[in-house]
Design a binder for this molecule. Structure first.
Ligand SMILES: C[S@@+](CC[C@H](N)C(=O)[O-])C[C@H]1O[C@@H](n2cnc3c(N)ncnc32)[C@H](O)[C@@H]1O
Length: 274
């Protein structure tokens, strides 16, 4: 099989850890976000009542704006990341604007269902769905080219299995496993690998997938699970096997190799040898 030419990119020795969870970052930011919205709604209501008592009547858009500003302020107070501030500020005003569109309620329910089926697991795991880019994939191919053609690789949280499928095509003698726990994502990934002999997708949590027997573990997750994943790798992965993480590092464990991809999301591949 012909191999595409490698893109120019920078390989460099490990740097200081970049993505850490700050001590202020909560383990369940979604719960904190809910609390912030409810508290802001209560404060906005109290403000509304106070103004009413003073003879000032605010329209619904003003109330929504006040609630959004209060929520953004609370988010700042609870030291959430900046992008949360904007989300909090816009949430209720957007709800109000959306309700003015007069879309049949069934469509909102359908949208909610789709989102839930694609990402309900990210509530606990803090790992949403986003996909490995082609440039990163080519760098991954270069790392894997050094392994035997019969390599066994697992993609922990394989998403829609696009990368897994392309890996299986590139290394026809290899064996590729994807695990995924978002129901709709899993179903699509499973269908996608249905015709491939050397590629299988399982509905299984990455924490339940035994890593012994794999030559390489690939993951594109988030900063949150990396410390626990590192412990699992230390327990289960055979010596000499690779852990390859797209972008997210293991705090305090410098990677053997870091490949900067120089793309819009500042991707990089971090490679550890067990
Ligand atoms: C950022 S996506 C990466 C998708 C794919 N590996 C890629 O690189 O294109 C992470 C995926 O991990 C899945 N995920 C999150 N927690 C998981 C878990 N505990 N077990 C299995 N999959 C999980 C998410 O549903 C999501 O599809």
């Amino acid at each position: 099989m012909s191999r595409p030419p490698a893109e120019p990119r920078e390989r460099r020795p490990p740097a200081e850890p970049r993505q850490r969870l700050t001590p202020a970052e909560p383990r369940r930011p979604a719960l904190l976000a809910l609390g912030v919205q409810l508290l802001a709604a209560a404060l906005a209501l109290a403000l509304h009542r106070g103004l009413l008592a003073a003879g000032v009547r605010l329209g619904l858009p003003w109330w929504a704006l006040a609630q959004g500003l209060l929520a953004a302020g609370l988010s700042w107070r609870f030291r959430q990341s900046r992008w949360w501030w904007l989300m909090h500020a816009l949430f209720v005003p957007c709800l109000l604007a959306a309700s003015a569109l007069r879309v049949a309620p069934g469509w909102w329910l359908l949208g909610l269902l789709l989102i839930a089926l694609l990402s309900w697991n990210s509530f606990g795991e803090r790992v949403p769905l986003y996909l490995t880019g082609r440039r990163t994939e080519r760098a991954l191919f270069e790392v894997l080219d050094a392994l035997p053609k019969t390599l066994r690789l697992v993609d922990l949280g394989c998403g829609l299995a696009g990368t897994l499928r392309r890996l299986a095509r590139r290394y026809p003698e290899g064996h590729f496993v994807g695990v995924e726990t978002a129901p709709l994502t899993f179903a699509l990934a499973w269908l996608r690998c249905l015709g491939a002999k050397n590629c299988v997708v399982r509905y299984r949590s990455l924490w339940d997938e035994p890593l012994a027997g794999y030559d390489a573990v690939y993951c594109f997750l988030s900063p949150a699970p990396m410390p626990r994943l590192w412990e699992k790798v230390q327990r289960e992965l055979q010596p000499g096997a690779l852990l390859i993480s797209n972008t997210f590092e293991v705090p305090g464990e410098p990677a053997r190799e870091i490949i900067e991809l120089d793309d819009w999301r500042k991707s990089r591949l971090l490679v550890w040898i067990r």
